[in-house]
Design a protein. Structure first.
Length: 364
């Protein structure tokens, strides 16, 4: 039997700071959660359980054994399944007053504005530095608040960026804390993660979203909360909004936001430049079908391209997969093509689809 809203949210609406008025604000809110991993999955579940009316989840990744120690809403029998779809189904079973939708697509420069356009708040649950900067810059350009969370070993970072103030101005953003994208930070495979700090930071982000929606409490605006789980200590880094929208507009035009991804690529889904050269030279019986997912259609390729479908437009509806033939997905550096390969392998698990390792740069 489906419970009533009054029954479901009784403990929450009992708080005079929330009440039925605050609960109605939550019901009317639209939130985008980018990333359905260690941060994003608990964030999404708790927001839905609190009564957020519309929740859209975005993640192209699939559940891996190494995820399970910290991504606690996934089970052993979910390994290999879509994170976004699995999480959406979990939420549907326990949050009857939330409309949850999902996209199994990477967030890239060409689709980020569309993704954030219909929501009130964007939540960063990713572990990708380029994606974090892409979300930040897009939110600044489109006047959307961004609830930021990040992890490094035993430290966690939380902030509410780009929140409109009473005077109409906007609070500090990620580039006010870290103007340039760092290139020397170890990836998640190298640095490691303790599951406790993941949960702590995720709940801090949920807390920020709930305060943003209901208008209660003090937000982490113009400051970055830094929490250390070993010492149980925290400090707040004070920020000023000096990196303006005009500056970010210029950055956005030049930046690619290419995600080198902390995920180790599956070698079975890769083809080396040397192997591809042999197959294209006629030393193999069947020439592979070459598919480019590069956005720029005017690029000069060192080989014939059979299909050109930018990653932002990639779907099973506009792609031709031929039985008994190898399909090689190519991009500039081998990152976008691997993302595309991951998406296509989910739809065509038996098809021979591989990504060109190192991309065109490695081939030449």
């Amino acid at each position: 039997m489906k419970p009533t809203k009054k029954q479901f949210f009784k403990r929450q609406t009992t708080l005079k700071e929330i009440g039925h008025e605050g609960q109605e604000k939550l019901q009317n809110a639209k939130v985008l959660v980018v990333g359905c991993g260690g941060l994003g999955s608990p964030i999404a579940v708790y927001l839905a359980s609190s009564g957020v009316g519309e929740l859209h989840l975005v993640d192209f990744d699939r559940i891996d054994t190494t995820n399970l120690h910290r991504q606690v809403f996934y089970s052993l029998d979910a390994i290999g399944k879509s994170k976004a779809e699995t999480l959406a189904k979990f939420i549907e079973k326990r949050a009857p007053f939330t409309n949850v939708t999902f996209s199994e697509t990477p967030v890239i420069k060409s689709n980020v504005f569309q993704l954030i356009s219909e929501v009130d708040i964007v939540v960063d649950g990713t572990d990708s530095l380029p994606t974090k900067y892409l979300l930040n810059d897009a939110c600044v350009l489109k006047n959307k608040p961004l609830v930021y969370g990040s992890l490094y070993k035993f430290d966690g970072y939380v902030a509410s960026f780009n929140v409109q103030q009473e005077d109409g101005s906007f609070s500090a953003n990620l580039r006010d804390a870290f103007p340039e994208m760092a290139t020397d930070i170890p990836n998640c495979e190298e640095a490691g993660t303790l599951n406790a700090i993941v949960g702590i930071i995720a709940m801090q982000q949920v807390n920020e979203v709930l305060k943003l929606i209901t208008g209660i409490g003090c937000l982490l605006t113009n400051q970055l909360l830094i929490y250390n789980s070993l010492e149980n200590s925290q400090l707040k880094m004070q920020l000023k909004n000096t990196v303006t929208k005009r500056i970010i507009e210029a950055v956005f035009d030049k930046e690619t936001y290419v995600d080198a991804s902390c995920e180790v690529q599956n070698s079975a889904w890769l083809i080396s430049p040397e192997e591809l050269k042999r197959e294209l030279s006629g030393q193999s019986q069947l020439r592979p079908i070459m598919i480019s997912v590069i956005e720029n259609q005017e690029i000069n390729y060192p080989f014939l391209i059979d299909q050109h479908i930018p990653l932002s437009e990639l779907s099973t509806n506009n792609l031709v997969i031929e039985k008994d033939k190898k399909h090689v997905i190519v991009c500039q550096q081998g990152v976008t093509s691997y993302i595309a390969t991951t998406l296509l392998k989910a739809q065509y698990p038996k098809a021979d689809i591989v990504s060109l390792s190192g991309g065109l740069e490695g081939f030449s």
